[in-house]
Design a protein around this ligand. Structure first.
Ligand code: HEM
Length: 507
């Protein structure tokens, strides 16, 4: 039967025209999209609503992401809910983000916790870029971390360490000392004295202890579910009590900071220039008499103090704990380091800051600690502000780069087969560029990257100069528990307890 007897010819002609038109349109669209479609990095299969979140279950975040990078490569796209993250897991890719495209990746993602605790994005560490933030960073460097305070810092460090050594010396023999507690008191003592003129050993306010306050603040800065799941997450944050926890955390922290500021306001007329600390300097910069430069508001001052509290103590504390744990685990390293420290110090009866300059092995030990135990394992997220390419892949603005400092520092393709071993001698020949990034890089890198390792070196030198250290009975050195815990800052899960024995110089 002829086809035309079933369908009239006008219908067939019209159908043919439509068919040709849509074929043309389809070809046009698919060609165009193959030209303009972004080439996105590999992404593990996602689930509806939660994205790739399920891939993080059961392991610390940095370890799970490191494992995935073995399958998906050093540039991987990862979704938590609807929020895209760019996971960076090699030195070359870290360099592209932190150096080549530093100007594009220098923002930070917005989040409810950060907004509240930074007085609406007025701080340095967690706020997006702005002229104001740049000024605040300059103030922190010149008034807290720079040479202006270095003498005071060293002086206070020496006095806090003397207190620490006395406290260990008065400990009953053969009993383990909790080094977490001891290091916290020392680091907090120095940072608080330089910053606030008082070590605040006594609680200045009613409410949670200092440690709880800082731990809670770090947890809140990590964000709530509402940051990644706009609708359901906000609801869960509300019903689970996360919002209330954030409010309580802010109220306690604010009251603590307010009390520090009040103390300083009461004394400012009486203190001499030599006695002025960081908060005095900030109050001067906020006074009406400050006609030059950047005049700070009270909220700016509070946000800066918040950065010192959350960024300055925990990171240094965990570095000390990991360093002493690694030293205690390796008899070889412990003996070699102790010999160096004692040989360079014997002539003066105590370790002097100048002696440290000669202790090259000590510097390698601290570097090796930071390689294996990056205190901020994924740094702080670097948010991409405009389209760019990393490793040949397109990155869409609003994507947050997470640089896996923990994984990069342990990668056998960079560090060789003994990458997982604590072997400080590797730095005799190794010039570091982006092969380890414990302090991040580029314009958002840690402003304390020179000062912080020097503090760690000084504390370790004193501990090993005065005492011999052993792991408690029943535990072999090499079996010391090294489990990790924490998201923003990586703590040792089990506090470090070691047995000190006062070194006998007459032997
Ligand atoms: C061993 C000790 C420390 C380590 C490992 C460390 C590590 C880091 C890391 C990884 C970052 C983020 C870098 C990035 O996102 O690229 C950072 C930022 C920062 N750190 Fe540290 N830090 C330490 C000590 C300190 C101290 C003592 C202070 C003093 C207050 C401090 C203040 C800051 C500030 C203000 C930022 C934000 C910089 C910015 O966003 O511009 N840190 N630190």
């Amino acid at each position: 039967m002829e086809i035309f007897t079933i369908f009239p010819s006008w219908l067939l002609t019209t159908a043919l025209v439509f068919f040709m038109f849509f074929t043309f349109l389809y070809t046009l669209i698919s060609n165009r999209s193959s030209i303009t479609a972004p080439k996105l990095p590999p992404n593990p299969p996602k689930l509806p609503i939660i994205g790739n979140l399920h891939k993080l279950i059961g392991k610390p975040r940095h370890q799970a992401l490191w494992q995935l990078s073995k399958e998906y490569g050093p540039v991987m796209l990862f979704y938590i809910g609807s929020k895209p993250y760019l996971i960076i897991s090699s030195p070359a890719m870290a360099k592209q983000v932190l150096k080549t495209h530093d100007h594009i990746f220098c923002s930070r993602p917005l989040s409810k916790g950060v907004k509240r605790l930074t007085y609406n994005y007025l701080d340095i560490a967690f706020s997006p870029p702005s002229d104001h933030r740049r000024e605040m960073r300059k103030i922190l460097v010149s008034e807290f971390l720079g040479p202006k305070r270095a003498r005071l810092f060293n002086h206070l460090l020496v006095s806090e360490i003397e207190t620490m050594v006395r406290s260990i010396g008065s400990h009953p023999p053969n009993v383990a000392v909790n080094l977490n507690k001891l290091f916290l008191a020392t680091v907090k003592g120095v940072v608080c004295k330089v910053a606030f003129g008082n070590n605040y050993r006594q609680q200045p306010i009613k409410g949670p202890s200092w440690e709880v306050l800082v731990d809670e603040a770090l947890e809140m800065l990590g964000g709530g579910l509402g940051d990644s799941f706009p609708w359901a997450g906000r609801f869960i944050d509300y019903v689970s009590g996360w919002n209330d926890k954030l409010e309580t955390c802010f109220t306690n922290l604010d009251a603590y900071i307010e009390s520090i500021i009040d103390d300083h306001k009461n004394q400012i007329a009486e203190v001499t220039d030599d006695e002025k600390d960081f908060v005095h300097a900030l109050l001067e910069l906020s006074s009406e008499d400050n006609t030059s430069g950047h005049r700070l508001t009270k909220e700016d001052v509070k946000a800066l103090i918040m950065d010192v509290l959350t960024g300055g103590v925990d990171t240094t504390l965990v570095t000390l704990v990991w360093a002493m744990s690694e030293i205690a685990r390796s008899v070889r390293v412990k003996q070699k380091l102790q010999t160096e420290i004692r040989n360079h110090t014997r002539r003066t009866p105590k370790v002097d800051v100048l002696d440290i300059a000669k202790m090259t092995y000590l510097k390698m030990v601290v570097k090796e600690t930071l390689r294996l135990h990056a205190p901020a394992p994924l740094l702080i997220p670097h948010e991409c502000m405009s389209h760019c390419q990393i490793g040949g892949y397109d990155v869409i603005p609003g994507t947050s780069a997470l640089i896996n400092a923990w994984g990069i520092g342990r990668d056998p393709s960079t560090w060789g087969e003994n990458a997982a071993d604590f072997y400080p001698e590797r730095f005799e020949k190794f010039e570091v560029d982006f092969e380890m990034v414990p302090f991040g890089g580029g314009r958002r890198s840690c402003p304390a990257k020179n000062m912080a390792p020097a503090t760690v070196e000084f504390v370790i030198a004193n501990l090993l100069y005065w005492f011999d250290w052993e792991v408690p009975d029943g535990v072999k050195s090499e079996d010391l528990n090294m489990q990790e815990e924490g998201i923003l800052v990586l703590h040792k899960k089990v506090p470090l307890r070691l047995v000190p024995a006062k070194y006998n110089w007459d032997d």
